[in-house]
Design a protein around this ligand. Structure first.
Ligand code: ASP
Length: 444
């Protein structure tokens, strides 16, 4: 069995076990299943795995982006890749939310429902755009890395790469060392990925065990429309973008992007999925690292199609529940706000709700409305994160193809980049040789 199959199996078993625990109420406070498994073993293993993915993000983005910029070697091309991917990310997000509003409004979801929200939600103010722009430049790059501020890290890495190019020949040694570091980081991604089947099982068993399944039924209208629009965006809109702009096969794309989707689904975090997305996009889809090293972390931060869809559907739903007529101007504000909000917020679990509160504050919808959908957000977050990551992969592929940086043979080869156990297998002869070399250097 290859890794994808194993991960899918882990996912299915995790869903099943979680569902059994949930439906038999074994997740209730005080039961041994809850104590030792749901909040014990599953929680610990799942969190350890998510931490190990997050551990890779900053060094991987830094090294691969410096390599990427040095690999491009042309500052103008860098500018083109930047502006194309920014335009496509914004465009797909705007289409996503517009589709969501149109479908939800046509179906009139939430009409005639009673507005009794059990949980309260305290929103956050939107960071002003001016602050987002200022924060792109880190006053302290080490602090930016320590806090995982992706846009600042991207900026610093690009500037480092450009400066290395300007230093020229003298910096050749440095470039090959950074390339090596990048390779080492990619190896670490393989090691972490090889543990994924077990971790995905634990993550899903815990998430589903704690899910308010009855709530899903009570809010069936909202949940079904949202999932419907998410699937529409994934299978129709994004594939149309892929086909129209680059004439590549959506079927091949969808088959190859599955690994990244499963990781996004299990972790609910585009950011934590960056290492897997980067590997999938470069090794499975054939996007050159010079493009992917920029578009993938950039997309994880500013591109959130799935989240935008949730905001569109939730706005219509809550406006209807509270009998507020937003009108065309109101909905246009919602579209603009959520596209802007996606730029300044990172792809981490649950951030979509915070963005929603920014949108609500802008159009004057009651914040308590968010309390209505809070209970079902956990599972919807998983699904929309998978859509977010798929959007990043589509745009990376389209931009790479348009710049001649896509290896079409790799894209079309069904076995390209398939993870095999050899990747994490230590070659004993090489290990011995390395130990001898280190010893010799030491003796000298
Ligand atoms: N969890 C999502 C992501 O990481 C963001 C959200 O919708 O909450 O992309």
């Amino acid at each position: 069995m290859n890794l994808t199959a194993k991960v899918l199996l882990g996912m299915a078993l995790g869903l099943a076990v979680g569902l059994i625990i949930n439906l038999t109420n074994m997740n209730a406070e005080g039961t041994w299943i809850n104590e030792y498994f749901v909040n014990g073993f599953f929680h610990v293993v799942g969190k350890m795995f998510v931490n190990s993915l997050k551990m890779l993000v900053v060094p991987l983005v830094l090294f691969s982006l410096i390599c990427g910029v040095c690999g491009i070697g042309d500052i103008k091309l860098l500018g083109r890749i930047g502006s194309k991917s920014f335009a496509l990310y914004m465009l797909t997000t705007a289409i996503a939310i517009a589709t969501a509003i149109a479908i939800a409004a046509t179906l009139g979801i939430g009409e005639g429902m009673n507005a009794v929200s059990e949980s309260t939600f305290t929103g956050k103010d939107a960071p002003p755009l001016s602050q987002v722009l200022i924060d792109i430049i880190p006053s302290n790059p080490i602090a930016a890395m320590a806090n995982g501020e992706m846009l600042s890290i991207i900026f610093f890495a690009i500037l480092t790469g450009v400066s290395i190019l300007l230093v020229g020949k003298k910096a050749k040694g440095l470039v090959s060392n950074i390339e090596l570091l990048n390779e080492v980081m990619m190896k670490m991604v393989s090691i972490v990925m090889s543990l994924a089947p077990y971790a995905v099982f634990c993550l899903l068993a815990k998430a589903i065990a704690n899910l308010g399944i009855d709530l899903l039924f009570q809010l069936a209208g909202y949940v079904l429309v949202l999932i419907g629009v998410l699937l529409f965006h994934l299978f129709v809109t994004l594939q149309a973008v892929l086909f129209i702009f680059s004439h590549l096969s959506p079927k091949t794309f969808l088959r190859k992007v599955r690994n990244a989707q499963v990781f996004a689904f299990s972790t609910s975090s585009s950011n934590a999925t960056i290492p897997v997305t980067l590997r999938t996009v470069t090794e499975r889809l054939g996007v050159n690292n010079s493009v992917a090293s920029f578009t993938v972390p950039f997309g994880a931060t500013i591109n959130m199609d799935g989240t935008a869809i949730m905001q569109g559907v939730a706005t219509v739903f809550i406006a209807n529940v509270y009998n507020v007529d937003l009108g065309i101007a109101g909905y246009l504000t919602v579209i603009l706000m959520s596209v802007l909000a996606s730029i300044g917020t990172a792809g981490v679990p649950g951030v979509g709700l915070i963005m929603l509160s920014m949108v609500f504050a802008q159009v004057g919808l009651p914040m308590e409305g968010i309390g209505l959908i809070l209970g079902v957000d956990r599972i919807l977050d998983m699904i929309r994160t998978a859509v977010n990551v798929s959007g990043d992969a589509v745009v990376s592929t389209v931009v790479a193809k348009s710049e001649g940086k896509l290896d079409v043979d790799t894209f079309n080869d069904p076995n390209a980049g398939v993870f095999d156990d050899e990747e994490t297998h230590i070659d004993e002869a090489a290990e011995k040789e390395m130990a001898q070399a280190v010893k010799a250097a030491h003796d000298k």
